[in-house]
Design a protein around this ligand. Structure first.
Ligand code: ARG
Length: 460
């Protein structure tokens, strides 16, 4: 017999290297608290159901509590030789209470055990993720409130398109983050299903009570099919999907922060706490954290594709491939929480260079649509108006004069429908404030949007 919890039918040990290759303790020790919790709930149920003696159950539970206390006090050494967190805990329990420890594994398998621990790990963290997103939303909403009337160019194709306000631009991100919140909220439903009691794949002959164990662990419901319970990693894929999408949003924000803080844009200045310098160029102040987030987004996508790929060819039920399911989730979680924390700080402390932003909306042709709309209200078909304004823009480019700087006489040469009231229409702030359609950039609308999202963020 080989010295392993599963060593009964083995006569030879594997090489050290094979042992290390097969071990997951370095990764799954992150779930030790969940593993102990689940074991406590399982042991209590075994006692309640009369599957093991009450006294044994109590001894097991006491031992497990002690292991958690030891671990918290840094007094536990987890060993690669014991392969994974589940067997390490069982060995520790045996060291504490002797042979009774062996009764804990009645009516369960590592397959439902690992699935349970992983569900608990994800379920426990989802509220933290949602809280961190909401905190960031609040910071953006505060900034949007301050800048609900700060003019900035709105872009398409990264070319000046139509003037908007900075507050309005920020609210677009608040909306994306709101959908992120809703995706993670949905994730809770599937993470909160209990696999425990599925045993290896087929259920068990013992009279277990899966419902009460699930309730004790805080799960909302149990899997209806034991084979599904031990085979399913959808909740983890969903977590990585939601995380990937959120990182994609942060990555787009990163790109804008990098542009806005460049010499050419100079729309924002990052606080020193959220920028770094260069080892050779003394003048440099780099938006490193934005760049890094843009880069880390690629890694998180890798985690998602990694798990999807691990799962795609697996026959039911458990396969050892599935041991590769956790690292990416753990890493993505850390990245996500760090990124949200840092983005929150970065936006809370940046300086908005209001004057540069505003001036940038005056020094362009982004009021061309206003002039075309103006001609339409005077009775011209939009296509004709578009052509006339296009010619004026061309003239302006050739002579280095913006539309609002042209003389009334010049404008009237293009169309006799133009009158002196045009100059108010051509002001960027007028352009903004006339966009009162629902969801538009008018300050009054931005105000409504801020109220709407403030209420959303307080929900739930
Ligand atoms: N360390 C394993 C994992 O993370 C636990 C489950 C092992 N089950 C088994 N039958 N080998 O997936």
């Amino acid at each position: 017999m080989v010295e392993k919890l599963w060593g009964g039918r083995f006569t030879e040990s594997g090489s050290k290297r094979a042992q290390k290759y097969g071990a997951s303790i370095n990764v799954d020790q992150q779930m030790i608290q969940e593993d102990i919790q689940a074991s406590i709930a399982h042991a209590l149920m075994l006692g309640r159901q009369g599957i093991i003696d009450d006294a044994d159950a109590r001894q097991i539970v006491a031992g497990l509590h002690e292991i958690w206390a030891d671990f918290s006090a840094n007094k536990v050494t987890l060993k690669v030789a014991h392969e994974d967190v589940h067997m390490n805990v069982e060995v520790l329990l045996t060291e504490k209470i002797g042979a009774t420890a062996g009764k804990l594994h009645t009516a369960r398998s590592r397959n439902d055990q690992v699935a349970t621990d992983f569900h608990l790990w994800v379920a426990k963290r989802l509220p933290d993720v949602i809280g961190a997103i909401k905190r960031f939303q609040k910071t953006l909403l505060n900034l949007a409130e301050v800048h609900e009337a700060t003019l900035m160019p709105g872009y398409t194709h990264l070319q000046h398109a139509q003037p908007v306000t900075f507050g309005y631009h920020l609210l677009a991100y608040v909306g994306m983050l709101q959908r992120d919140v809703e995706r993670f909220e949905f994730n809770i439903k599937h993470a909160n299903l209990s696999p425990l009691g599925a045993a290896a794949l087929a259920g068990t002959t013992f009279p277990i009570d899966r419902e009460s164990v699930a309730a004790a662990l805080g799960f909302d419901a149990i899997y209806h099919n034991a084979m599904d319970a031990v085979s399913d990693r959808d909740f983890a894929v969903e977590f990585l999907q939601s995380t990937s999408l959120l990182m994609m949003h942060l990555s787009r924000m990163s790109e804008e922060i990098i542009l806005w803080s460049s010499h050419e844009f100079n729309f924002v200045t990052l606080s020193d706490a959220y920028a770094t310098g260069s080892s050779i160029m003394p003048q440099k102040k780099n938006a490193d954290f934005a760049e890094l987030t843009r880069g880390k987004t690629g890694r998180v996508y890798g985690d998602l594709i990694g798990l999807l790929t691990v799962m795609k060819g697996l026959p039911l039920a458990y396969n050892k491939d599935m041991q590769e399911d956790k690292r990416g989730v753990f890493e993505a979680y850390d990245t996500l929480m760090d990124a949200l924390y840092i983005f929150n700080g970065m936006f809370a402390t940046l300086t908005v260079n209001q004057q540069t932003m505003t001036e940038s909306t005056h020094d362009d042709f982004s009021n061309a649509t206003e002039l075309a709309d103006y001609l339409v209200t005077k009775g011209l078909p939009f296509r004709d108006a578009h052509a006339i304004v296009g010619q004026l823009v061309l003239l302006g480019i050739q002579t280095g004069v913006n539309l609002q700087e042209m003389s009334l006489a010049d404008l009237q040469q293009a169309s006799h429908l133009i009158d002196s009231d045009v100059f108010d229409v051509l002001r960027p702030m007028t352009a903004v404030n006339r966009r009162t359609s629902f969801g538009g950039t008018a300050v009054s609308e931005v105000h409504n949007q801020i109220k709407y999202y403030q209420e959303k963020v307080e929900e739930g």
